[in-house]
Design a protein around this ligand. Structure first.
Ligand SMILES: O=C(O)C(=O)C[C@]1(C(=O)O)C=C[C@@H](O)C=C1
Length: 129
């Protein structure tokens, strides 16, 4: 079967594809190297997220025991402004930084709430922070 340009655009990279198209071998090799970096970055991000949630769970316990609310908008306003600035300095679209912040803080607050409902017991989160 002949290959049209639209077929080509739907092609994903695998060894057979690379062998069948030696003219793209350089691109395939470069993509593979970049994917190794992407995998390393994803590993680091997941490890950092695990540490962040372990840390915010400790904050959740302290808040529950002290009778503080899960949410602190003053702190969040500071984080919004700070991450916006850091994103721009780093060359990242600040919308992505805000999406990240919104995601982690929302999840942290849900966990704070669960800890508070369990009377300050972080065991309610089981093995997952
Ligand atoms: O710093 C706090 O007070 C937290 O509870 C942590 C955290 C966060 O995930 O960074 C979560 C909820 C608050 O609204 C603000 C920040």
């Amino acid at each position: 079967m002949s290959e049209t340009s639209s077929d080509w655009q739907r092609t994903t990279i695998d060894s057979a594809q690379a062998a069948a198209h030696p003219e793209t071998a350089q691109a395939v090799a470069r993509i593979k190297a970049l994917r190794q970096s992407i995998d390393n970055i994803d590993s680091a991000v997941i490890s950092l997220l695990a540490e962040r949630f372990k840390t915010t769970s400790q904050v959740g316990v302290l808040k529950a025991n002290a009778g503080f609310a899960p949410e602190d908008m003053k702190r969040e306003d500071y984080q919004i402004e700070r991450l916006h600035r850091i994103a721009i300095e780093a060359g990242l679209d600040p919308e992505i930084a805000e999406k990240y912040r919104e995601f982690v803080v929302t999840e942290a607050k849900k966990r704070h709430q669960r800890i508070a409902e369990a009377g300050g017991d972080p065991g309610v989160l089981d093995v997952f922070a």
